[in-house]
Design a protein around this ligand. Structure first.
Ligand code: E4P
Length: 221
């Protein structure tokens, strides 16, 4: 059970990593586009410098040869770079070659169904990313998709880890872990919400005011 931060914002990753509860990072092209301008390679270098664990970087090429070249480039940046390859029929060959021939770890991304995840693990992927929020948007049961994927891994004895992404609320994080995700990747915003509860705040305030009153009465020093 591990938490990754889903962000391409260096400051956000640094803040999350300092909490000690995050063991990896996932980026995607949309997150990279939303972060500050500048060299993407430098940004990934900064992210690697401020966190432990794997950092996923996604290929944008479409043909198998181009994907392989792009993946090799990202993997050359650091041994902790995991190459994110979007699921498609063509990308299965890429996943297989990267993992088995080039010893590059692959995170198969943008997956919405356990059928896709089954192919990803058979191709040799180290990580299978299921997009929980987007699955639910289509009216499907994301917990069932995660559960089926976990069952496939178990039955096939694959060395593949499920990353549940596309979190929309803290309940998604909780449910994804319970459904069988090995890793949940979340925004900093949701991570912060996990630590917060209004009743916790009320309780802390109640205890403090009892302490302050007792001191005012001279009963505590
Ligand atoms: C996971 O690796 C993805 O970056 C991410 O969670 C995408 O989710 P979203 O675009 O639906 O928010």
């Amino acid at each position: 059970m591990e938490l990754f931060i889903d962000s391409a914002d260096v400051d956000e990753v640094r803040r999350a990593a300092a909490l000690g509860v995050v063991s990896g990072v996932t980026t995607n092209p949309k997150l990279a586009a939303a972060a500050e301008a500048g060299s993407f390679r430098e940004r990934v270098g900064d992210i690697l410098a401020c966190c432990r664990g794997p950092v996923s970087v996604e290929v944008l090429s479409e043909s198998a040869d181009e994907m392989l070249a792009e993946a090799a480039e990202y993997a050359s940046w650091d041994a902790r770079v995991v190459v994110k390859v979007p699921m498609s029929l063509e990308s299965l060959e890429v996943i297989h070659k990267l993992e088995r021939e080039r010893d590059i770890r692959v995170n198969v991304t943008c997956m919405m169904a356990s059928d896709q995840a089954a192919l990803a693990m058979m191709a040799g992927a180290s990580y299978a990313s299921l997009f929980v929020g987007r699955i639910a948007d289509m009216g499907y049961d994301a917990d069932a998709v995660i559960g089926e994927t976990a069952e496939f891994i178990e039955r096939g004895q694959f060395q593949c880890r499920i990353i549940a992404g596309s979190m929309r609320q803290t309940a998604d994080i909780r449910r994804s872990f319970l459904a069988g995700a090995h890793i949940v990747t979340t925004s900093f915003e949701l991570l912060a919400q996990m630590a917060h509860h209004p009743r916790t705040m009320e309780t802390i305030a109640e205890f403090k005011s009892a302490w302050d009153e007792a001191r005012k009465r001279g009963e505590l020093s």
